[in-house]
Design a protein around this ligand. Structure first.
Ligand code: SAH
Ligand code: SF4
Length: 353
């Protein structure tokens, strides 16, 4: 157990870490060394930080600690997808997932405990909102994955096993903007974890006023959970659409591209719900909705969870829907669900019963 008055260093920005070291009477280059130990080498024990003087290490030990969430449960799917149930110091929990590909893979990170937006198809949404995660709690989910695969120090180039990050776990990242932004900057820092902004995707249900800031403040890729081609259907399945209807979301996407550059595609995630949003007319509506945005679709087969109110569209329907979009010139791959046997697929994450 850590003594409560000690302070956790994980999640501090570089500037904040520098301030802490100054308060100990240390020179500023020590902050840089410490940063590298924590985020490049993954070291948790000050005594192992051999480039720091013994007195510095002992001061650090007296006032600080380097935390990881507690791994409450770790499951591995038959397809090698991994899911961690992580516990924080106040007893709250989230899930994180690792989705391996041949020579790379994405870590799917949560940004809130629960979610306040209550999308009807989402298991996380059905559990309500508890609290935001801190920047440290967001960053440490990725560090747990690195610990688990032993991918420390940060590999200098490619390939990397843990190459990508998707903010597609529990919670709405744009409703925890400050902490998410701070966490992303820590994850991207080239002297630390060093995941490039091109390998980080933020997924949002469409908090329109904050979408352009994904480009200007973070510079990462954007995915929009669209899931409907008109406001009538979207209002039914995503209550947030009443506040930020499709027109507002789409115009925010145009702003995002103005800032991010027109070569930057936006991925529109589209859940295929049988009889709700999967008819030909919906595909036609989608095509006119996103025209001129540099859009790419990702068709997501609906993952059922206990008590879910919808049924997945048939594979034939999904394929046909994809073909309509492709004929209109859009990429529209069908996502292969991963980790279903351990409920690790999109929208299945939940920590409460
Ligand atoms: N709150 C953000 C990010 C987390 S959700 C957002 O909504 O974008 C990550 C993705 O999983 C979203 O695209 C979400 O719509 C999708 N999802 C939710 N429930 C799902 C389900 N039951 N099956 C498949 N995907 C689901
Ligand atoms: Fe929240 Fe996203 Fe789930 Fe909607 S889909 S309830 S925004 S986590």
């Amino acid at each position: 157990m850590e003594i409560p008055f000690k302070k956790d260093l994980i999640g501090l920005s570089r500037e904040e870490l520098l301030e802490e070291l100054k308060s100990l009477g240390e020179k500023s280059f020590r902050a840089k060394q410490l940063w590298q130990w924590i985020y490049n080498k993954g070291e948790k024990d000050f005594d192992q930080m051999t480039s720091l003087p013994v007195v510095t290490r002992s001061k650090l030990r007296d006032f600080y600690f380097i935390s990881r969430p507690e791994i409450i449960k770790e499951q591995t799917s038959v397809d090698r997808t991994k899911k961690w149930l992580l516990g924080f110091s106040d007893g709250e929990m989230v899930e994180s997932v690792y989705i391996p590909e041949a020579d790379r893979g994405a870590v799917c990170i949560s940004t809130q405990v629960g979610c306040s937006l209550g999308c009807k198809f989402c298991h996380t949404g059905s559990q309500g909102f508890t609290r935001n995660l801190s920047s440290g709690e967001i960053v440490s989910q990725f560090m747990i994955a690195r610990d688990s695969y032993g991918e420390w120090p940060t590999p200098s180039g490619e390939p990397r096993y843990l190459s990508n990050i998707v903010l597609m776990g529990m919670g709405e990242p744009l409703l925890n903007f400050a902490n998410v932004s701070k966490a992303i900057k820590i994850l991207m820092d080239e002297e630390g974890i060093s995941v490039s902004r091109r390998r980080i995707t933020l997924s949002t249900s469409g908090i329109a006023p904050l979408i352009p800031k994904v480009a200007s403040d973070m510079g990462v890729k954007l995915a929009i959970s669209l899931h409907a081609s008109n406001n009538i259907v979207r209002n039914q399945i995503m209550p947030i659409n009443r506040k930020y209807p499709l027109e507002a979301v789409i115009s925010a996407c145009r702003e995002y591209r103005k800032i991010a550059g027109y070569r930057q595609h936006i991925t529109f995630e589209y859940l295929m719900l049988s009889g709700i949003n999967d008819q030909d007319i919906h595909a036609q509506e989608l095509i006119s909705l996103v025209s001129g945005i540099g859009a790419k679709f990702n068709l997501i087969p609906f993952n059922e969870w206990p008590g879910s109110p919808y049924k997945p569209s048939s594979p034939e329907r999904v394929k046909h829907f994809s073909e309509i979009l492709q004929k209109a010139g859009f990429a529209a791959p069908i996502r292969v669900a991963r980790g279903q046997d351990i409920l690790a697929a999109c929208g299945q994450l939940k920590t409460k019963n």
